[in-house]
Ligand binder design. Sequence first.
Ligand SMILES: N[C@@H](CCC(=O)N[C@@H](CS)C(=O)NCC(=O)O)C(=O)O
Length: 197
Amino acid sequence: MRLRYSPTSPFARKVRVAAALVGIPLELDLADTLNPDATLRSHNPLGKIPILLREGKGPLYDSSVILAYLDHLSGGRLLPSDPEAKFEEMRLEALADGIADAALLQVYEVRFRPEEHRVAKWLDHQAGKVAAALDALEAAPPPADRDPTVGDIALACALGYLDFRLEGRWRADHPRLVGWYDSFVKRVPLFLDSAPS
Ligand SMILES: N[C@@H](CCC(=O)N[C@@H](CS)C(=O)NCC(=O)O)C(=O)O
């Protein structure tokens, strides 16, 4: 299977980490999300990555759908089978993806708008979402002693993205979450193979 991706995307990283964890090889195929003529839009009209291209079957996106597919292929190694536990993992994944989304919107605001047109209120609005989500996770971090789930993978990728793009400022006020992240890196050493650079 082929993954349309970029090396800095936290969402593509989720897929790379999950696939590596369950031993599913992926061919990586760099995508240019800014090129309107690129083949990307024929796979996903939204022009977003990651997209999973499968032999003889339709493309899959977004990252949470791809992780659910990898869970299916691996015989359920990424999501619990108990429905309540499963929805709890999916909620954690949504919260972590929301952190990455809000961080990405801050990055785009700075990248695509000249400084004099940047909207501080919008940047603060997105930063507030990241802060609130981090505070909620600091109050109740996920268990650190279990096989990694889709929620764990998404959270590690979101925190890695904050390190990469927002200078790791989250670390100062979230010691329990830092501990959780460190334990994730120990549990899943292959996580570092996909670190953005
Ligand atoms: N909810 C999506 C988010 C994907 C996303 O925002 N990807 C970014 C790269 S990190 C992208 O493709 N941006 C290009 C665009 O928005 O046009 C997922 O989980 O896959």
